[in-house]
Design a protein around this ligand. Structure first.
Ligand SMILES: [Zn+2]
Ligand SMILES: [Zn+2]
Ligand SMILES: [Zn+2]
Length: 162
């Protein structure tokens, strides 16, 4: 899977700081517990999308006394409060990130390469779905599968069909 860098720089631009997110949590009726603070620190420092297992490992590295079940519950609560979102990148486990960083993905079914896709790429689809079906698309939750340029050029399995 392609590694991404600089996500934490974007986090700073999006939600400002761990403190700012905890502020938002409080404003939305949630509690700013120390285990939530650590989880948010891990999300801010992450250079790639992390699964719940990876997040839990990173949290426990910083605070070994935080239980796995607490990490799970915090993730659910922070999602409910709208500051964390998850997305499914192909067949792997769901991955989590700060809501301010939510974006879409394209994944190559042949080599597994992952591309970050900006929202403007979905403008035409979003408009058509709304106009014809009254449907509002959410391109962030699931990745879109296909073939990357290199695999397309290599013409591997199933090449040239459709
Ligand atoms: Zn989901
Ligand atoms: Zn590929
Ligand atoms: Zn991504």
């Amino acid at each position: 899977m392609a590694k991404q860098t600089g996500l934490s720089d974007q986090a700073v631009a999006g939600f400002g700081s761990v403190e700012a997110v905890l502020e938002l949590v409080r404003a939305r009726g949630g509690r700013a517990t120390s285990s939530r603070r650590i989880l948010l620190e891990v999300l801010f420092d992450a250079t790639d999308h992390l699964s719940v297992e990876e997040l839990a490992a990173a949290v426990q590295e910083r605070a070994p006394d935080v239980h796995l079940s607490t990490v799970y519950r915090n993730l659910e609560d922070l999602q409910r409060l709208g500051v964390v979102v998850h997305s499914h990148l192909g067949h792997g486990p769901a991955t989590y990130q700060l809501a301010s960083l939510a974006h879409a993905h394209f994944i190559c079914e042949e080599c597994g390469r992952r591309f970050e896709a900006s929202d403007d790429m979905f403008r035409g689809l979003a408009r058509a779905a709304k106009a014809r079906l009254g449907f509002s698309i959410d391109p962030h939750h699931f990745a879109i599968l296909g073939r990357c340029a290199e695999c397309e050029a290599a013409g591997g399995v199933g090449g040239g069909q459709r």
